[in-house]
Design a protein around this ligand. Structure first.
Ligand code: SAM
Length: 219
């Protein structure tokens, strides 16, 4: 079987068994997960594991998140086609690529320069044009591109950074793992009402690599 046929079949099985079977049924999100070639976001030697129900290493001690967790976070953010999204912790760019299919524009920021450069090249080679990929400390957000309708933080901090709350538009949604324990955090959904009031909800327990930065964990 040709590579793309093989990976296409694995990708469809991933969506059915890992995502839909766990209750995520948004058609646009499921289509995006069926279309984005996850095997292109990991090293060649790990491609055969790309559609497994687990995170994988991407270099620099970082990981591409488990597919279900990517889907859960994006589903909770309730992305609309006209939204502008900030993703903090772009890593391999996999979640960035899914977000780019669902939203008008994605600004993504990654702290490790090597990962940011690789991810920028990968997104170009996949012809994903509505992403502005930055390298820097995303715990401070990207103030020159704010406000954002959605902010997704793919790394865990001691609490939600005040800079990110400031950069959330009225009506905006922020999803982030929060906790002081290295291997156990809570996934938080924070909604900013039209009048600026903040509603905060705990969705579930998760395990993420740390958000390292001025408003995250100290390096
Ligand atoms: N969504 C990513 C993917 O699909 O590959 C998962 C990324 S990984 C779980 C979290 C990423 O956050 C890592 O690449 C890490 O370097 C990055 N990170 C940690 N602290 C950061 C910060 N302050 N600013 C930007 N990126 C940060």
């Amino acid at each position: 079987m040709a590579d793309e046929d093989l990976f296409g079949a694995e990708r469809h099985a991933m969506v059915e068994r890992q995502i839909r079977a766990r209750g995520i049924d948004d058609p646009a999100l499921l289509d995006a997960l069926r279309e984005v070639p996850r095997h292109c976001f990991v090293e060649e030697k790990l491609r055969h594991l790309a559609y497994r129900d687990r995170p994988l290493p991407i270099g620099e001690g970082q990981t591409i998140s488990q597919p279900y967790i990517v889907a859960l976070m994006i589903d909770a953010a309730d992305i609309r086609p006209d939204d502008r999204v900030l993703e903090v912790g772009a890593g391999s760019g996999y979640a960035t690529a899914i977000l780019a299919r669902l939203a008008r524009e994605v600004v993504a920021i990654e702290r490790h320069e090597a990962l940011a450069n690789e991810t920028r090249d990968r997104l170009v080679s996949l012809q994903i044009a509505n992403v502005d990929l930055r390298c820097g400390d995303g715990s401070l957000g990207v103030p020159d591109r704010a406000p954002f309708d959605v902010i997704i933080v793919s790394a865990s901090g001691p609490d939600v950074p005040p800079s990110l709350i400031d950069q959330l538009a009225p009506g905006g949604r922020l999803i982030m793992p929060v906790g002081s324990q290295q291997w156990s955090q809570s996934l938080i959904l924070l909604v900013k009402a039209a009048d600026g009031a903040i509603h905060r909800e705990e969705l579930c327990g998760v395990q993420f690599v740390p958000l390292v930065g001025a408003e995250g964990h100290r390096p």
